[in-house]
Design a protein around this ligand. Structure first.
Ligand SMILES: C[S@@+](CC[C@H](N)C(=O)[O-])C[C@H]1O[C@@H](n2cnc3c(N)ncnc32)[C@H](O)[C@@H]1O
Length: 280
């Protein structure tokens, strides 16, 4: 599918990852603020708590060989490699992210057990049945073909292994189709964050069933993570962030100016934070 989309995603993360790391740190995903979103906590801790809560929810207590699909600068990959004393491989479309993740692995003394590369999640350069944990945290929303993306995750998963996929969704449409205004709101989000489109969590579950994934479970954690956007908005208007934004360029500035779109998306129940796990 469209080279242009992949180029846009690459450029978006090449340009913005340095600033994100400087302001926020290594995790490029939502934070967890308690099941009802009421807990107040340090923002980096909230992001680590999200990883821990996801593992706990999925019942994952060990892993030996992990694939982080859409790895950013290796935030989850290295966290998981360290926690489970495991091997971790991360893929991203951004050469800047892959290089920084590799550097971070060296800094953390994890280079012998981790590797990062530029590769497309829709056509992964890995053999079938390679990994016992396939982890995708907030990358599915970028994928132009959600079925192919999940097929690839399934293909590289070892029999008995666990797939964990956490992604931006829109609300379920079984009771009412998306209104024109909701569709316009989604289009604005897609444009700013380089997303082709998102789907609902029940649609992801339908794809997972077709893959014959076992023990499929889903959860909607929108309430738990929605406060993240208030914290991001506050952090974007500090002098350090504004200076960094001006240096990072227009796509990053546009992303920052549009942070309210996601906050409003959660407020009106349009944007949903979906989790799916299952075993091969
Ligand atoms: C929001 S970041 C999440 C990073 C990381 N999972 C984390 O939580 O810190 C989205 C990531 O998905 C990656 N991505 C998007 N489309 C991809 C594709 N087709 N193949 C591989 N990676 C992709 C981007 O390069 C980026 O690293």
């Amino acid at each position: 599918m469209s080279a242009t989309l992949y180029q846009q995603i690459q450029q978006f993360y090449d340009a913005s990852s340095g600033l994100w790391e400087q302001i926020w740190g290594e995790h490029m995903h939502h934070g967890y603020y308690g099941a009802d979103g009421s807990q107040k906590k340090d923002r980096r801790q909230a992001q680590i708590d999200l990883i821990e809560e996801i593992l706990n929810w999925a019942g994952v207590r060990t892993a030996e060989n992990i694939l982080d699909v859409g790895c950013g600068i290796g935030g989850s990959s290295l966290y998981l490699a360290d926690k489970f004393n495991a091997k971790a491989t991360g893929i991203t479309l951004s050469p800047v992210q892959a290089a920084r993740a590799t550097e971070r692995a060296q800094e953390a003394g994890l280079s012998a057990r981790s590797q990062f590369q530029v590769a497309n999640a829709q056509a992964m350069p890995f053999a079938d049945n390679s990994f016992d944990l396939v982890w995708s945290l907030e990358s599915g929303e970028h994928m132009p073909d959600k079925t192919l993306f999940m097929q690839e995750c399934y293909r590289v998963l070892k029999p008995g292994g666990t797939l964990i996929m956490v992604t931006w969704c829109h609300r379920a449409t079984d009771e009412a189709p998306l209104t024109a205004d909701e569709q316009k709101h989604l289009q604005d989000i897609y444009r700013v964050y380089c997303l082709p489109y998102v789907i609902s969590l029940p649609e992801y579950a339908g794809i997972a069933r077709q893959l014959t994934l076992n023990n499929i479970r889903t959860a909607d954690w929108s309430q738990a993570v929605a406060p993240f956007w208030n914290v991001v908005i506050d952090s974007a208007f500090t002098p350090q962030a504004i200076f960094g934004l001006l240096q990072a360029g227009w796509t990053t500035i546009q992303g920052a100016l549009s942070l309210g779109l996601m906050r409003r998306g959660y407020q009106r129940g349009l944007i949903r934070f979906g989790l799916l796990c299952g075993n091969k």
